[in-house]
Ligand binder design. Sequence first.
Ligand code: NAP
Length: 477
Amino acid sequence: MSEYALYVGGEWMTTENLLPVTNPATGETIAHVSQAGVNETRLAIESASHAFVIWSAMPARERAQLLNKVADEIRVRVDYLGEILTAEQGKPLREAKAEIMMSADYFEWNAEEAKRIYGQTIPASSNSKRLLAIRQPVGVVAAITPWNFPASMIARKVSPALAAGCTVVIKPASSTPLSALEMGRVFDAVGLPKGVVNIVVGPAGPIADEILSNPRVRKVSFTGSTEVGQRLMVGAAQDLKKISLELGGHAPFIVMADADLDFAVQGVIASKYRNAGQTCICANRLYVEDAIYDEFANRLAAKIRALTVGLGTDPTVDVGPMIDEGALNKVSRQVDDSVARGGVVLTGGKPLSVAGAERGWFYAPTLVANVPHDALVAREETFGPLLGMWKFSTDEEVIAWANDTPYGLAAYFYGRDMGRIVRMYEKLEYGIIGVNDPVPTVVQAPFGGVKHSGFGREGGHQGLDDYLDWKFVSIGL
Ligand code: NAP
C-alpha cells in the first residue's frame, strides 16, 4: 500500500487525517493520502502567491522550457502513470495511457503558446500620446478537477495557467488524487520553482471555502458537475474572482440516412462506451433517421453485445468499472425508469459480476429504445454505459429534440450531405460539434460548453485567455 503526502510550497507535507483511495474494479484500498483542511489550503495559497512574484517575472522562453520538460517527463513515465490512473479510476490501461500522453501534449502545446502572448499597439487620437495594451497573468489560480479524467483535466488547466505566468493550487477529486500527486512528483523532478504548483487533497467543503474567501486567489477554474459549478460561481462572486466552468453534458448523437452505417456504429461505440460512458462529452441520446433505424439498431446492438467488460488491466477489456456505487445506481435508476415508461432494453440493462473482481462496480453496456422524451435518460446526464435511442423523420424535429436540454457541451452528427452538415452544425446549441467524428477533443482546439455546460475554453490559443488580464497603457509624450 502506498502513502502519499500533500504538495505544498515545493515540499511533501503529511497530516494525521488519511484518505483511503479505492480501486473501483476490485474494491481494494490501494493508497492512503494525507488530507488538507483550511490551514493547509491557506498555506498552499500563500506559497502560490509568493511563487507568483518569481514565476510571472520569468521570461516566457524559460517558462516554456520548463513546461516542455514536464511534457517530456510525463512521456517517460507513461507506463507507470497509466497504471496508477487505471488503478484509481478503472478505465482500460490503453485509455489511461492515451490520457497521460494527451496530458503531456497539453504541456507541450502551452509551452509553445507561452511564447506568443502578444499585446497590441493602438493608434492614438493625437501625436502627443502612444497607446498600448499588454497581457499579464491574473495571479494565483485554484484548479478544481473531477475524477473521470484525473490527469488530463489537471494538465488542461495547469499548463495554460503556468504558460500565462500564473501559479496554481490544485484540488483534485477525492476518489482519484493519485494521478494529481504523481503529477506533483513530475513538477518536482523537472525543478519547477517551489510553490508554483501546489496540490491539496481533502474534503471539498473547507478547501473550497478557503479558496473562495482568500483574496490572493484571483481565478477559479472548475471542471465537474453543473450543481457544484453553480455553487462556486455564487461563492466567487463575493470576491469578484474570475471563474471558468467546464460542466456536465447531455450530448445528442444524430445519424442521417446517408451516413456510412458501420462507420457511424463505430462512432457511437467510441463516443458512448469509452471510459464506461463517464465522459462529459459522451453521447447520451441517439437519434437515427427512420429509413435506417431498424438496420442501425441491429448493427449497433450487436457491436455493444461484443464489448468486453472487466478489469482495466486486462488488455482484452473494452469497458471498465464505474467509479462507485452511486454512479452505478444512477444508471440502474435510468434503466428502470425507461422500462417503466415502456422502453425496450435492446442489450445490457443490468449490473455485471466480473470473475475475480466481484466487488467492482460493473454495469453492462446498455441500449434502450422506445423511451418517451421525458424519461430520465432523455433529461439527466447519465455518466455511465447507457444510451437511449429515438427515431426521427425531419431535420427540424431532430434539431428541436437535440437542443431541448439545459446542457450545451458536445453534439455529434453523422451524414454525408454537405448542406445538411452545415445547417446542423450551425443550429445545434453546443460548444463542440463532432461531424463524423466521435472523439473531437484535441489540444489545439477550444474545448468548452454553452448554457448549463458552463463557459470558458480550454485548449487552443483560447485556452490561455482565462489566465490573462489586459492592461491598457496610455503614454503622454
Ligand atoms: P463533482 O462532484 O462536481 O466534483 C468535481 C470536483 O469538485 C471534485 O474535485 C470535488 O471534490 C469538487 N467538489 C465537490 N463538491 C464541491 C463543493 N461544494 N465546492 C467545491 N468543490 C466541490 O463532479 P464529478 O462527479 O467529480 O465529475 C463528474 C462531472 O464532471 C460530470 O457532470 C461531468 O460531465 C463533468 N465533467 C465536465 C467536463 C467538461 O470539460 N465540461 C469534463 C469532465 C467532467 P470531491 O471529489 O472531494 O468531492
